[in-house]
Design a protein around this ligand. Sequence first.
Ligand code: ZN
Length: 316
Amino acid sequence: MRQPAPVDRRLLGISTGRPPVLSELSGSNSRCGAADPPVACPTCPPGWHPPIQGPKTVATAIISDIHGNAVALRAVLADIDAKGVERIICLGDIIGYGPEPLAAADLVAERCEWSLMGNHDFGVLYEPTNFNPGAEAAAYWTRDRFDEEPDEALRTKRYEFLGSLKVRVVDQGMAEGRSVLAVHGSPRRPINEYIFPDDVINATDKMRNLFSMVDDFAIVGHTHVPGVFTDEPDFYPPSEIGSNSTYKFLADEKAIINVGSVGQPRDYDPRASYAIMYPDRVEFHRVDYDIEATAKQIRDEPELTDWLAERLLEGR
Ligand code: ZN
């Protein structure tokens, strides 16, 4: 399986970050005139704007790629709860790789309004195809954990949950007046296709094709690299979109938003990644968790390769 390349910002030509948008900054007096500008507003005095506060009732927390890392998932759920966000959805790969697949599946089933099917969920439920040897061994190990559940009703319930995972969801209520297409991988191959940051340089036809299948926004996981793809095409990691990792939606702009991975980040930041979508913006969040605890669980399990522990510590 191809590993996502690290984000080379110079290659992407985005070292200065997302440029301010004129409509956000123009105003008739010394104020910029924007009700809700980026926190680091370049035209107004410090402290002029209140912190961005979303209408909590319509905020949606988006998690993805938990990969059986229940320690990370619990930390992310606690962070979401602390922010008062009640609606949570999941973009798939709940299991596979990680040491606590049952706990991860039970938590997602309990806490998420709906969840998508990722290639690893598919691989455990059906057959792991095109997996590298470590991932394939982890898929069979994970299936054994589901199979060895002694409570038959619980065992059946868990398999029914995996079987009920959706391939594709279109949500009209998440972003104001805009549709949001949710897939694990990509709009044209929902479970398996990766959209890599360097595709905006190396695969512009692919990006054009993908954006032709997106009405307004798409939300994806799969690469474990968070950020925003625009249809220029371009890619903006959360660190390049504003001081608070907030991407404000522009009128008529399409975007494909990758929320990163809760349980196995691969952007060299080992903290758990997730996002919160408000009607007018998406916020990217990182959460510290006890990585060593999950790493130890993996090392203690002979059928899970130690590499899976090492990569957690490095975030790759
Ligand atoms: Zn994944």
